[in-house]
Design a binder for this molecule. Sequence first.
Ligand SMILES: [Zn+2]
Length: 307
Amino acid sequence: MRWLSFVLLFCLSPILATAQQQQQVEKHVAITVDDLPEHGALPAGVTRTDIAKSMLATFKAKGVPEVYGFVNAKKIGSDEDKSASLKVWVDAGFPLANHTYSHIDLTTHSAEEFDGEIAENEAFLQALMGTRDWHWFRYPYLHEGDTLEKRHAVRKYLQEHQYQVAQVTLDFEDYAWNSPYARCMAKQDTEAIAWLKSSYLSTAAEYISLGQKMAGQIYGRDIKHVLLLHIGAFDSVMLPELLNLLTKQGFHFVTLEEAQKDPAYLSDPDTPFQDGGTLLDQLAKARHLKYPPATEKPMKKLAEICR
Ligand SMILES: [Zn+2]
């Protein structure tokens, strides 16, 4: 019967190889949104609630589950529009979590001040979320401590208060396009807006690919990723195309909790950094790895455009 096993092996091996390849190329990403209720300038006629509603509708249409919105409650003030935008998020069935009260920078403040701001945000989260869990924490500026003492002190505080750190592995500094968009809309500069769109998508593609390459360097495999976005007018305009880009690249959308079940998230760089960065940035820097080459982000042009 050797011929039979040969035939079976011959016929099945391409099928098995394809199945294995598919398993290998299966990609997962959780989408997270920072700086609720506002990031960047508003174009005329657009409200904060419009932006939240637009992003939520896109997430629902594209099947993105349970997108966490990380809140800085100080920004709400007495603004009814901002307050309503947060309610819209929760009413859509999506959760909110902690990003500190005022978006405090751990590099320029003490651990005690920082912990105080985590606590100050909680009454707002509790009021908005009711019985639902909001114990996820995203570090503002991805700054996790410029000294080991600060880094350890805040991590200990978060642990004692039942928080999980919401890590980031994919970041293309999407926020940098929001205010330029409002300026270019005011000038009705269609050529500049077309450039904003193309550069936003090309930068996203470049840095999503960079994150995957860095995961390969660090873990020897791709991991389940967490993408950082911000709540802004241009982010809401670009969200459908950005999600299409991810889908075309083979990504499946998962929850933050699901992504962070990947054992990759057990890694702790345990190193102080002035300027922080994603989990992958921190691990690469801590291990003195060489960054894969990438085109620089167009920050200078973004700062100057439509002035
Ligand atoms: Zn932020």
